[in-house]
Design a binder for this molecule. Structure first.
Ligand code: SF4
Length: 329
């Protein structure tokens, strides 16, 4: 077995995957902490412009830290977030304001400019992370973000979730894969860091379908990706579907998921940063899978140990497996 420290991988360090922490270190030369904000946006898939039910797996409460609430101003939320993190991560020297809840480009551009500027004006905030849907972007918003990107670190993260339109329809996403490709291309072409989010285990998708998507996602002009295992969240439409038709779901055990994700990663573009590969909804809200309470650093240790034991790394098989294109996806 080759020891990881003996080799430097294409992304410039000895870790076996293209890590987000290295990306942040390269840009800022220091540890930077994200501070989540709920700026009171809604989502076109909830307010009636696209739909009212939302995505079948969605319960936004599951992903929102307790200090976030739109009743508080952006500055107050950042102040509270900074205090919250200072007690846990003393080494953080700067912050990224993470517009996380719902669709954070779903407003008039002048309103967006006000909100983003308020966050950037807060002492120690070095940039923005803006989570949104691919159908909530337009040329004016791109121009605003491009302007901010010239001075600050800004990344736009799109919820893509699946490359398969049948799946997207089934989970009531209210947009197509082609919408995601168009938004990602438009953002990347403007020179803005561009991220995407995907879920593994959506109903109707087999393990092979998910592995097959490595080639499709690899071909997108992405800076970074976040993956997570499907978690069935209490109170969602998907909870009902899962209880009624469990056979529609590939529910990975923790060990199965690690092996699956490493198989995926071997075929994945080594040039795209992998920011995360598991999800972390509060355990009391998760119906399945039952992974127990695992800390992020514990998961990371197991993952990197398995990469070493398998003597593999991100992109080891990239381009060697039959290329799957987005056509017909
Ligand atoms: S787009 Fe996001 S916020 Fe809107 S319903 Fe879907 S998961 Fe929930």
């Amino acid at each position: 077995m080759t020891h990881s420290s003996a080799k430097i991988y294409p992304w410039g360090d000895g870790r076996r995957f293209n890590s987000y922490s290295a990306h942040i270190r390269n840009i800022f030369g220091q540890r930077v902490q994200k501070v989540s904000i709920d700026a009171g946006f809604t989502c076109p898939n909830r307010d009636g412009s696209k739909g009212t039910g939302g995505c079948t797996y969605c319960n936004n409460d599951a992903f929102n830290p307790s200090y976030c609430t739109p009743q508080k101003s952006i500055s107050v939320q950042i102040a509270e977030g900074v205090t919250f993190h200072q007690t846990r991560y003393r080494r953080a020297m700067g912050y990224l304001a993470y517009f996380q809840a719902y669709s954070n480009t779903y407003a008039d551009v002048s309103q967006l400019e006000k909100m983003y500027s308020e966050a950037l004006a807060y002492p120690g905030v070095l940039g923005l992370v803006v989570g949104t849907r691919p159908d909530c972007i337009n040329d004016d918003i791109i121009a605003l973000i491009k302007k901010l990107s010239e001075k600050y670190y800004v990344i736009v993260e799109y919820g893509v979730e699946s490359c398969n339109n049948e799946t997207l329809q089934r989970i009531n996403r209210g947009h197509t894969y082609e919408d995601s490709v168009a938004a990602i291309q438009k953002t990347a072409e403007a020179g803005i860091f561009t991220g995407a989010h995907f879920i593994f285990g959506l109903p109707g998708e087999s393990r092979e379908d998910m592995i097959g998507s490595a080639g499709i996602i690899s071909s997108l002009p992405l800076t970074s990706v976040k993956f997570h295992q499907l978690q069935i969240i209490r109170g969602t439409a998907m909870e009902k579907e899962f209880n009624q038709y469990p056979e529609r779901f590939v529910m990975f055990s923790f060990d199965e998921y690690m092996e699956f994700f490493i198989d995926f990663l071997e075929q994945f573009n080594p040039g795209i940063i992998v920011e995360r590969f598991t999800g972390e909804a509060p355990p009391k809200l998760v119906i399945a899978p039952g992974w127990g309470r695992k800390r992020t650093d514990e998961i990371m240790n197991i993952f990197e140990k398995r990469l070493e034991e398998r003597n593999t790394w991100q992109g080891r098989l990239y381009g060697t497996v039959n290329k799957i294109t987005a056509e017909g996806a």
